[in-house]
Design a protein around this ligand. Structure first.
Ligand SMILES: [Zn+2]
Length: 270
C-alpha cells in the first residue's frame, strides 16, 4: 500500500482513498475478510461462483448486507453490475436499487455504472481485475467500474468519465481511486492481448514488459493513463497498488486460485 490509501481495520476491514476521504465521499474497497462464507469462499464473498464449487445465495446476500451496513445502508440499496468484460457503462436510477440482489439483474453486460441518485450504492466486483471508483468533488455524481484487460483496452474508464460529464461533472473536479488488482509482475498475457492494446493506441506499449515468449501487463498503470487521457488531473487519481495475487490473506485472485474462488467488492455512493 502507498500513502494514497488507508486501511480501516474493523470487523469488516476495507481500504479507502485519502483523496475521497478529503472530499467526504463514502466508499470502500473490501477485502475477503469479515463475511460469512466458508471453504474456498472464505469469507466476504460477493458472487456465487462460476466453477463447480458454489457459494450459497444466502451467504452472498448476507455479505452484501454486511458491506452495506458499513454505510448505514442495506443490500436493497445496492445496484449490482452484470460483469461480462464489456466497456458498457449505464446510468443507475432509483428503480435500480437492489438490482442483481433483491431485483432481477441487468439483462445484458453492464461493467460500469454512473449515478446521481443519493445513497444508491454502486457495486463493482473483482478478483484480479481492476475496480475503479469515481466521484466529482461536489458529490453530485459517482461511478463504479470493472476493468479487466478487455474493458481496459476498450476504454471503459473513459466511458465512465464521459457519462459523468453528461451528468454535469467537470473533468477537473473528478477524483478516481484504483483499487486492489493483479500487479505488473504477476499478470502474464500473450501476444494477442498485447497486440490488441497496441492496435488501439501505440502509446499503450509502455504498460507491457516482455517476459520470455509473453508479456507482463500493468493494469494499474494502464487505467491511470486512460483516466488522465480522459481529462482527469494526475493529482486526482489515487492508486492503491496492492496485488490481489501476491496477498492471499486479504484478497481472492483468479490467477492464483482458479475459477473456484470468491470475489471481492467495492462500493460507493453520494
Ligand atoms: Zn503480484
Amino acid at each position: 500500500m502507498n500513502n494514497d490509501f488507508v486501511f480501516v481495520n474493523g470487523k469488516i476491514p476495507y481500504y479507502q482513498s485519502r483523496l475521497f476521504n478529503e472530499y467526504g465521499v463514502p466508499h470502500a474497497f473490501f477485502t475477503r475478510i469479515g463475511g460469512v462464507s466458508g471453504g474456498v469462499f472464505e469469507s466476504l464473498n460477493f458472487a456465487i461462483g462460476a466453477g463447480d464449487i458454489k457459494d450459497t445465495a444466502e451467504n452472498v446476500a448476507q455479505n452484501h448486507e454486511l458491506a452495506a451496513s458499513v454505510f448505514g445502508l442495506h443490500k436493497e440499496d445496492i445496484c449490482r453490475s452484470y460483469q461480462t468484460h464489456t466497456a458498457c457503462v449505464e446510468q443507475a436510477y432509483a428503480a435500480d436499487r437492489g438490482r442483481g440482489l433483491t431485483k432481477p439483474p441487468y439483462s445484458h453486460g453492464v461493467d460500469g455504472m454512473v449515478t446521481t441518485e443519493k445513497k444508491l450504492l454502486l457495486s463493482v466486483r473483482s478478483a484480479d481485475c481492476v475496480p475503479v471508483l469515481l466521484c466529482d468533488k461536489s458529490k453530485s455524481v459517482c461511478a463504479a467500474v470493472h476493468a479487466g484487460w478487455r474493458g481496459t483496452v476498450a476504454g471503459i474508464t473513459k466511458n465512465a468519465v464521459e457519462l459523468m460529464v453528461k451528468n454535469g461533472a467537470r473533468r477537473e473536479d473528478i477524483i478516481a481511486a484504483i483499487g486492489p488488482c493483479i500487479c505488473g509482475d504477476c499478470y502474464e498475457v500473450g501476444y494477442e492481448t498485447q497486440g490488441e492494446f497496441i492496435n488501439t493506441n501505440p502509446e499503450y506499449s509502455v504498460f507491457f514488459r516482455p517476459n520470455r515468449e509473453k508479456y507482463m501487463l500493468d493494469l494499474n498503470r494502464a487505467n491511470e493513463f486512460i483516466l488522465i487521457s480522459a481529462g482527469i488531473k494526475p493529482e486526482n487519481v489515487s492508486v492503491l497498488n496492492i496485488c490481489t495475487k501476491c496477498n492471499e490473506e486479504h484478497f481472492y485472485s483468479h490467477r492464483r486460485d482458479g475459477i473456484n474462488r470468491g470475489t471481492m467488492s467495492a462500493l460507493i455512493h453520494i
